[in-house]
Design a protein around this ligand. Structure first.
Ligand code: FES
Length: 295
């Protein structure tokens, strides 16, 4: 498979699907043969994946998926990449029907990704819904177990521990918990219906930790906007650094369509609309104007 270089990202047309299996209710792990993208991509960056047309224009649009993890061969060379996605519309439904050996178009890496590890303290990740997907690669990197990308960059000091606070509606939607634990990331679960972990909002788990006096080196959150706003408020109240990864709707993924904009506070204190696909998806939580609806 040859990768074609575009202005910022690589495009792998007709990348081979190596695996596409349901790992939780309506939640699939897709592994694609895109070694050049796998070599470059960083935790928090994403790829666009476009499946087959299947007689409709809509699935021809790409869908943005955060890096779940890079797969490597025995010598450590990146050979493929994994994303985890939830079936929520025609495009992802069409993608879920792809089988090993089928082809998809993949382009990326896109977006800014997470910053350097904030160690030596603890990192706390907060995920809601399908928002857990960026935290496997990030946790492995911040724990010092893996490095990503092929360019020199500041990697920071490894964290002493990483914990994922993971909230879903019900236990059958939990995806990747074993992968996280195998990577040394502690996982605490909250479910809306109490079918696993603690009943209630995942933000309650964070609030208890912060109220008990815990002072993580950083909190990082990914999930629905109300959860992100609550995490941002808690981090601000407890004076803990916090980044959020926004999941805005995206059409092009490379800055051309402005479908993904979010209100981001600028240096002069005023919010301005910024493209999440180019300037994000990761932003300091105190730079997002939570008073204005995003997408
Ligand atoms: Fe098109 Fe961001 S998705 S500009």
């Amino acid at each position: 498979m040859s990768d074609v270089c575009t202005s910022r990202a690589l495009t792998t047309p007709g990348a081979t699907v190596l695996e596409n299996r349901e790992i939780a209710r309506g939640t699939f792990l897709l592994r694609v043969d895109a070694p050049e993208i796998a070599r470059r991509i960083l935790p928090g960056q994403f790829v666009m994946v476009r499946g087959p047309g299947e007689g409709s224009d809509d699935p021809l649009l790409g869908r943005p998926f955060a890096l779940y993890e890079v797969r490597r061969d025995a010598s450590g060379e990146p050979v493929s990449l994994d994303v985890v996605y939830l079936v929520i519309g025609r495009g992802t439904a069409a993608l879920s029907r792809r089988r090993p050996g089928d082809r998809v178009d993949v382009w990326g890496p896109l977006g800014n990704g997470f910053g350097p590890s904030p160690g030596p303290g603890e990192a706390v990740f907060v995920a809601g819904g399908i928002g857990q997907t960026p935290f496997l690669a990030l946790g492995r990197e911040w724990l010092g177990q893996a490095s990503h990308g092929d360019q020199p960059r500041e990697t920071g000091t490894p964290v002493s521990a990483a914990t994922l606070l993971y909230g879903v509606r019900s236990a059958d939607l939990l995806a990747g918990v074993d992968d996280m634990r195998r990577a040394g990331i502690a996982v605490e679960i909250a479910t809306d219906d109490g079918s696993a972990g603690r009943p209630g909002f995942v933000t309650n788990l964070l609030e208890e930790r912060l109220r008990s006096g815990e002072k993580p080196a950083k909190v990082v959150a990914c999930g629905p906007p109300p959860m992100l706003a609550a995490v941002a408020r808690l981090a601000r109240e407890h004076d803990v650094p916090c980044d959020v990864s926004l999941e805005n709707h995206m059409a092009c993924g490379f800055g051309a369509c402005f479908s993904c904009v979010a209100p981001i506070v600028q240096d002069d204190g005023r919010p301005d609309l910024r493209r999440v696909c180019v300037e994000g998806p990761v932003f300091p939580a105190d730079r997002v104007d939570w008073s204005k609806p995003s997408h």
